[in-house]
Design a protein around this ligand. Sequence first.
Ligand code: TXA
Ligand code: MG
Length: 318
Amino acid sequence: MKNIYLNIFPFNKKILGKIVILLKKNKIIGLPTETVYGLAGNAYSKSSINKIYKLKKRPKYNPLIIHYFDLNRALKDIEINSNFKKIYKKFGPGPITYILKRKINSKIVSNASANLKTIAVRFPKHKNLRSILKKLNFPLAMPSANISSKVSPVKATDVYDEFKDKLKIIIDGGKSKIGIESTVIDLTRDPKLLRPGIISHLKIQKILKEKIKTNLKISKINSPGLQKKHYSPGIPVLINQKKPVKNSAFIYLGNKYTNRKNFFSLSKKSNLKEAASNLYMLFRKIKKMGFKKIQIQKIPKRGPGLAINDRIKKAAYN
Ligand code: TXA
Ligand code: MG
């Protein structure tokens, strides 16, 4: 099939060179990560940060995650502590974001973190992204590559659907392995989970040997990104559904309805990790197929099921 996407490219040495030049010129590009696709820009450049907010139509009070190649580079911008060290030792680099104190002489553009005294940092694992980060002398601010409050992209073509030709380069890294956004944990005080992810708070509790707060109360000051409405596929979503209704798409776990066309399985083996990785892909697919409503069966609240429930609850909010 002919590639109709003129701004989608596979990753290779040549494109790496181009990406580095564009990012140095404060341009914004679409990149794969192991969680979801991101909209990347120079975190030390005010004009890059402004472009990201504008492209995403993101409210200025909602800060961005700063992505680093390694801890050594991050130490210029943030203060670390013992809880961070313990978690990082086990999970870094990987799908987890740490909220830490900003260093006074940090070069991160202040409005990238909504002028807060804290910075969200992540050390991604994705190979292509790491080879890009390695070549830069600045970290990348990188929110999920979707218009604010919409579903995060898990394929290069999803990023295209959001921004069309407004991006010069979107790197095609295939379907995102994890498929939902990173776990976000605030480590500036008693550890507090701000966004559930594939690394659950239970796993983190085990490492820290202390209880983690998980009370996700909406507060603009502590967790600016925790809006109630989020991850919206653009059609109504109903959760904890038992019976399919006419003309709606029914999302479920298992293989009970494999031959019926309005039914979409998150995981035929009822594996919750696989289910998480398919959620956003199914949301987009169902919307594209023209369904007017999404019904979702009850999803178990264990392991990755906790993160799935967080996302579908917000998708269902109206
Ligand atoms: O998996 C991910 O984290 C993806 C990929 C691209 O890395 N990125 C991502 O970014 O999900 P974004 O901008 O869509 O979500 C960032 C979340 C928001 O909920 C935001 O409020 C929170 O992190 N956040 C960022 N800085 C914060 C801070 N200083 N304090 C509290 N929350 C913060
Ligand atoms: Mg997002």
